[in-house]
Design a binder for this molecule. Sequence first.
Ligand SMILES: [Zn+2]
Length: 303
Amino acid sequence: MSPKVFAGFDLGGTNLKYGLVAESGEVLEKSSAPTPKTFSGVLDVIASVWNELRRRTKNRPAAAGFGFPGIYSRVDRRILQSPNCPSLDNVDLEAALERLLNVPFRVDNDANMAAYGEWRCGAGRGVSSMVHLTIGTGIGSGIILDGSLWRGRCGFAGELGHITVNPEGDRCACGNQGCLETEAAAPKIVRNYKDLSKTKRAVTAEDVFEKAARGEVAAIKAFGIAGTYLGIALGIVINMLNPEKIVLGGGVMTTGDFLLPPAVEEAARRSYRASFACCSIEKALLGNDAGLIGAALRAGAKE
Ligand SMILES: [Zn+2]
């Protein structure tokens, strides 16, 4: 019998990433398509990708996993709200997928799928407890406890991007103020830089990174301030869960070492020394593939 393969789908605001993944976590093939604006468009692209994946391999995928952005309710089996893909809000997603696919499938929040991927075959491989954060335009996260993904009563667990790290901080789209996401993700690093350098010009997060790499003090500080708030969140996580590992991924983490050192320093200052000492804080390994690998492997998992 040939080894099983699983299909993984990772939907974002701009792209649907998809691929075929072996049980070992090896990506056998992958590609992407633009994210359609409407729900029927999303279903159409999933249908055509699904047919394409099945055509392209002799070894038919045994299951399919989907990571969708937004608040996925495991009770209602639908996405209650998706700020990046509003066409998914409250639609009967799972019934539609069931009509489309002829294999078992699993749906979850994209950040949970990415955490699962890094845990199964990335930086978290082999540990029994791990917290994963994806730091980009926003901050997503997932929690592995005692060898399984912790989803909470309704499936909303692991929203570390929306814990308060600065009571006086910026307004967040979630309604709160000073969330980790508003204080430490890419847009805030850009705002920090603009405030510190007093520039009126348009600046991207990549620009700020390049300036930091060239030694510009305002750019290094812009990362440092965000890193400190990230460290406050990591300190909370360490004291609350005593995890074996914290894994940090996402676009901002690929921009050199300006965010991680201040974050680790602050986490050490704000957590129990013993708990900090037995937690390792590392960069993620799977890059942009974490979501689709996690979705595929979760679809194939028994639990
Ligand atoms: Zn928030």
